[in-house]
Design a protein around this ligand. Structure first.
Ligand code: PLP
Length: 404
């Protein structure tokens, strides 16, 4: 991990446009012609290299973006989807049959939780939710029909750190696939290098960084990617969550600044986390020595990119959270909005937004306080000024523990 530089891997690719353009050309065609009928048939059966058939399967621009993502993750292949949920659901459905079982982290993005909890039982797939930071819980949940261990590398919204190498050992001892959602920590963590089998992303977040589209990605070995787009039984090919090539083009250009953005998000988040700690707020940030996963993260991370741009603070009640978020939006700290990885700071009260699919009793069990505000810290040039504004909001609302 320490020797792997994802940004250098992307930079080293030579991807040109059709007429030598420095950016690959957008191919806005849904279908492709063939000079010979036999080549078309061979392409249908996945027996040709470099031929394009139909854009739900492959498109040249999607191929370029996938190539860059595979370089970033050090996976042999990748495939891009129209949303993060498209990536997650296609991957899971490709690997399970009716009667199978999945072991999943209980702290995941709410949409993922809802799919695992509410949707998969419709096709008789059972899911056991565990705290994946407790490896014994993971081991004990495995059954003879288990097929997958699913986790987020840095979990949403509690920011727990998954011990990917240890989870990988457990998965492989039982012949299971380890799937890791790395949405919160592109470049910081390289799950495939650390032992995951499949890495999924919501590119809507840090990878694209502009909040102008939804998109996703699946990074894995060639046989898994080919199975996803198999014309007879590939979930991606048959359910059709393909990304539009116009979007692929803009995401690829944004990917080339990801390394700079991740460093700035991390630098700003660490600054705020330390300042919040100094004034006695309850803060969760993997870069703080007080964070449960801090030591583990240090052994897994690519240090140059920092501990990431996500912070959670706990102001005890959802009423306090609402008042603080409204004040911060009013004073220009950022926006009261879900999602993350944007150039401006975004904040939301997780229990009432991105984790609202998780029932309140489960939220309490997993340690998700009603007053938890998740911050996706922006690229602010003067983060001290931002902190001073947040401090004044906290003070006005009597939310500073020493003062209150
Ligand atoms: N994974 C994580 C960790 C997320 O936070 C989200 C969305 O917030 C998703 C997946 C789903 O991605 P999308 O909204 O692009 O479908």
């Amino acid at each position: 991990m320490k020797n792997f530089d994802p940004s250098a891997a992307i930079m080293s690719l030579k991807q040109f446009g059709e007429f030598g353009g420095v950016n690959p050309s957008i191919t806005d065609s849904s279908t492709f012609t063939f000079l010979g009928a036999k080549t078309m048939l061979d392409t249908f059966h996945g027996e040709t290299e470099g031929c394009f058939l139909y854009s739900r399967h492959w498109n040249p621009m999607n191929f370029m973006l996938s190539e860059a993502l595979a370089a970033m993750e050090n996976t042999p292949a990748a495939w891009v989807t129209g949303s993060g949920m498209g990536a997650i659901t296609s991957t899971l459905l490709q690997l399970v049959n009716s009667g199978d079982h999945i072991v999943s982290s209980v702290t995941t993005y709410g949409g993922t939780y809802a799919f695992l909890k509410n949707w998969l039982p419709k096709i008789n797939v059972d899911v056991t939710f565990v705290n994946t930071t407790k490896l014994d819980e993971v081991k004990n949940a495995i059954r003879p029909n288990t097929k997958i261990i699913y986790t987020e590398s840095i979990s949403n919204p509690l920011l727990q750190i998954a011990d990917i190498p240890e989870l990988s050992k457990i998965a492989h001892e039982h012949n299971l696939k380890l799937i890791v959602d790395n949405t919160f920590s592109p470049m910081i963590l390289a799950p495939y290098v650390l032992g995951a089998d499949i890495v999924v992303y919501s590119m809507t977040k840090f990878i694209n960084g502009k909040n102008d589209c939804v998109a996703g990605a699946i990074c894995a070995d060639k046989s898994f990617i080919n199975s996803l787009i198999d014309v007879n039984n590939g979930t991606a090919m048959l359910l059709g969550p393909v990304l539009d090539p116009l979007r692929s083009s803009s995401i690829l250009k944004n990917l080339h600044t990801l390394h700079i953005r991740m460093k700035q998000h991390s630098k700003n988040a660490l600054f705020l986390a330390e300042k919040f700690t100094e004034i006695g707020l309850r803060v969760s940030y993997p870069g703080l020595p007080t964070h449960q996963g801090n030591e583990l993260m240090k052994t897994l991370m690519n240090e140059q990119f920092g501990f990431g741009g996500m912070i959670a603070i706990d102001v005890k009640t959802s009423e306090n959270a609402a008042a603080l978020m409204e004040a911060m939006q009013d004073k220009g700290v950022g926006y009261l909005a879900v999602s993350l990885g944007y150039f401006k700071t975004l904040f939301s009260n997780s229990g009432k937004s991105t984790s609202s699919e998780v029932p309140e009793n489960i939220q309490a069990e997993m340690g998700l306080s009603p007053g938890l505000i998740r911050f996706s810290v922006g690229l602010d040039n003067d983060i001290e000024a931002t902190y001073n504004t947040i401090y004044s909001c906290l003070k006005d609302l009597n939310l500073i523990p020493d003062v209150a």
